[in-house]
Design a protein around this ligand. Structure first.
Ligand code: GRG
Length: 273
C-alpha cells in the first residue's frame, strides 16, 4: 500500500472521536451473551463500523459536500492530504471495513453465518438505502426542506442506520433471537434520533452563545433542524422521550447484561459536547 494512503487513513482514524459505534457493538454483544468475553469476537466488527464512520466524515468534510476545515479538533483530511487522497482514504476505509468482517468470519472469531448476516446488514445500512441515502436526501433537501417528517427521514438514515447496525451486529455476535434483534434495532433508531437532535441543540446553543443572541431564528438560517423547527424546549423533551423508549426496548428484550446499553442511552442525553 502506498505510504501516503496509509498515512491519510490513519490520520483520521487516530484523530480521536467518541468511538460511540464500536462501544455499541461491544456493549450489545455483552448484553445479549452476558459475557464480557464477547468483546473479543465483537472487536473486529467494532473496528469495521468505526472505519465506515470515519470514511463518511472524511467525505462529508470535502469541498463538494460540507466543505469543513476542522474535524475532531484537527485540520480535515483533505486540508492535509489534498482532495484526491482524502477521497481515496475514505474509499479504502470503506472497503477495508468489509475485509475485517469477512476475515473475522473466515477465522472463526465470529461464526461464519453471523458474519455473512453482518456484511448484508452493513451493505444495506451504510449504503444507498441507509447512510448514503440519508446524506443524499439531506443534500437534495437543503433548499426546500421544511417538515419534521423529511427531517426525521434524513436523521433515521444518515445518523441512526449506522447505530442500528452497531447494536444489531453486536446482538448477532452475542446470539440474539429475532425478537431481540428487532428490539435492539428499535433501541438504535431511538438513540440515533436522540443523538442527532441533541447534537443540533448543542450546535444551536453554541451558536447563540457565540452570537450573544437568544432566538432560534437569527442563527443557523440555512440549517433546518429540530430545534429550528420546534424550538429548544420541545426538542429537549423529544430527546428525553426517545431515550426512555430506547431504554424500554432494551429492558423488554430481557438481556443478561443490559447495563452498558442503558448507560450509553443516558450518556447521550447528558452530554454537553
Ligand atoms: C459522505 C456518505 C457520506 C455520509 C456522510 C456521517 C455523515 C454522513 C455526515 C457527517 C455529518 C453529520 C453531522 C452527520 C450526522 C451524524 C453525526 C452526528 C456524526 C458525528 O458523529 P460523532 O459525534 O463523531 O459520533 P465522532 O467524531 O465522535 O466519532
Amino acid at each position: 500500500m502506498p505510504g501516503r494512503l496509509r498515512e491519510a487513513m490513519l490520520y483520521s482514524l487516530e484523530a480521536g472521536g467518541k468511538r460511540l459505534r464500536p462501544a455499541l457493538v461491544l456493549s450489545a454483544a455483552e448484553a445479549v451473551s452476558g459475557q464480557k468475553s464477547a468483546f473479543d469476537a465483537a472487536l473486529p466488527v467494532g473496528c469495521a463500523v468505526e472505519y465506515i464512520h470515519t470514511y463518511s466524515l472524511i467525505h462529508d468534510d470535502l469541498p463538494a459536500m460540507d466543505n469543513d476545515d476542522f474535524r475532531r479538533g484537527k485540520p480535515t483530511n483533505h486540508k492535509v492530504f489534498g482532495e484526491a487522497m482524502a477521497i481515496l482514504a475514505g474509499d479504502a476505509l470503506l472497503t477495508h471495513a468489509f475485509h475485517l468482517i469477512a476475515r473475522a468470519g473466515r477465522s472463526g472469531t465470529v461464526c461464519a453465518e453471523a458474519a455473512l448476516a453482518i456484511v448484508e446488514d452493513l451493505s444495506r445500512l451504510a449504503g444507498a438505502p441507509g447512510m448514503v441515502g440519508g446524506q443524499a436526501a439531506d443534500m437534495l433537501g437543503e433548499q426546500g426542506m421544511t417538515s419534521i417528517g423529511e427531517l426525521e427521514y434524513i436523521h433515521l438514515h444518515k445518523t441512526s442506520d449506522l447505530i442500528v447496525f452497531s447494536v444489531t451486529a453486536g446482538g448477532r455476535i452475542g446470539g440474539a433471537s429475532a425478537v431481540q434483534l428487532e428490539l435492539l434495532a428499535k433501541y438504535g433508531r431511538n438513540i440515533g434520533l436522540a443523538f442527532q437532535i441533541q447534537d443540533d441543540i448543542l450546535d444551536l446553543i453554541g451558536d447563540e452563545m457565540k452570537l450573544g443572541k437568544k432566538t432560534n431564528s437569527d442563527v443557523q438560517q440555512n440549517k433546518v433542524t429540530y430545534p429550528y423547527l420546534i424550538g429548544i424546549e420541545a426538542s429537549m423533551a423529544q430527546v428525553e422521550r426517545l431515550t426512555q423508549e430506547a431504554k424500554s426496548a432494551v429492558l423488554e428484550a430481557g438481556f443478561a447484561k443490559p447495563d452498558r446499553l442503558l448507560e450509553i442511552a443516558d450518556y447521550l442525553v447528558r452530554r454537553d459536547h
